[in-house]
Design a protein around this ligand. Structure first.
Ligand code: TXA
Ligand code: MG
Length: 321
């Protein structure tokens, strides 16, 4: 975390008309507002304002080479900023609004701050399914640059309290819309090259994308794509306590996060439902990550199918030393 972020008074307000109006006013002045999406809470700034976008990096302590996702309220707005190709149209028609981010070439004379692209000639763009997030962007009438609303390298926030836990005093406002329905960040796919490439597993299962593009989706490797999606490289989503994976029985002092019907609480999903497990993942990790109560966190095996692939990806990054 850098020390360049000025100290601010962070207010939390419910996501309703008064809250939205307040948020839009702050954003118009270049402020930072955390808001709920269906995936995780985003830390929003006016994507057309260089200073506002720069302050996101300062508040999060985020490396400047790591580009940001730009959020839009409708496809028409997206098409003003990036060049859509046939695959982009097909995927947007099928999966937007929803937890899918498309990386596409920036349009000529695009009004977005170059900082959102961190030096690349592409923009990652997403139309969120959360009605409150879209209401905010319509009211503001500008796109929102928004990474997850947490200090860089810490667990992503799926509730307003998680945002405050790492960004209190560094941002202007938190719009509290309750827990996020999906609970995992969006799936990121690069459509700027000759063939689509998966950059990040996330809230849209990769199997659904492969049906849509009628074939297997190429996976980015750190060798081929690190410079294109620096976020892939970083240790991410880390709790404070050590984390062990694929564990059936807790060691002394450890709290075990279970999965499936045979395991006690806390449990990602007793019915082994992947959607429920995804929605609960970060909440259970945040709650378990208490050094006063536990010496470590253990997590039961989660099957590597559907959203389980993204869940295991986040768990592996969180366990990275
Ligand atoms: O669900 C989400 O995606 C949430 C909510 C708030 O929308 N946002 C989020 O943002 O997770 P962030 O900044 O934590 O993750 C963005 C990821 C990073 O891995 C980044 O490297 C990648 O997207 N990315 C952004 N712009 C890119 C670009 N132009 N080319 C390649 N990768 C890009
Ligand atoms: Mg993040």
């Amino acid at each position: 975390m850098t020390d360049t972020a000025p100290r601010k008074q962070t207010e939390t307000v419910p996501l309703h008309d008064v809250g939205l109006a307040k948020a839009a006013t702050l954003l118009r002045r270049g402020g930072l507002v955390a808001f709920p999406t269906e995936t995780v809470y985003g830390l929003g700034a006016d994507a057309t304002n260089d200073r506002a976008v720069a302050s996101i990096f300062a508040a999060k302590g985020r490396p400047r080479f790591n580009p940001l996702i730009v959020h839009v309220p409708d496809i028409k707005t997206a098409m003003r900023h990036v060049d859509f190709n046939d695959t982009a149209h097909a995927l947007a028609d099928q999966f937007w609004p929803g937890p899918l981010t498309l990386v596409l070439p920036r349009r000529d004379r695009c009004k977005l701050s170059p900082l959102v692209s961190a030096g690349l000639d592409t923009v990652a763009i997403r139309l969120p399914a959360h009605g409150g997030a879209r209401d905010l962007m319509r009211l503001l009438d500008r796109p929102l640059a928004a990474p997850s609303a947490n200090a860089s390298g810490t667990l992503s926030p799926t509730e307003a309290d998680h945002v405050l836990a790492s960004l209190d005093g560094r941002i202007d406002l938190v719009l509290d819309g309750g827990p996020c329905a999906v609970g995992l960040e969006s799936t990121v796919i690069d459509l700027s090259g000759a063939t689509p490439v998966l950059l990040r597993h996330g809230g849209l299962a990769v199997e659904a994308l492969e049906v849509a593009i009628k074939g297997p989706l190429a996976r980015a490797t750190e060798d081929t794509h690190a410079p294109k999606s620096p976020g892939m490289l970083l240790k991410h989503y880390a709790p404070r306590l050590p984390l062990r994976l694929n564990v059936d029985e807790a060691a002394p002092g450890e709290v075990l996060i279970g999965f499936g019907p045979s395991m006690d609480d806390p449990n990602l999903s007793r019915s082994a439902d992947m959607t429920e497990a995804a929605a609960r993942l970060f909440r259970l990790l945040h709650a378990a990550d208490d050094p006063k109560r536990h010496a470590g966190i253990a997590v039961a095996p989660v099957p590597e199918v559907g959203l389980g692939i993204a869940i295991n990806d986040r768990l592996r990054r969180a366990a990275e030393k």
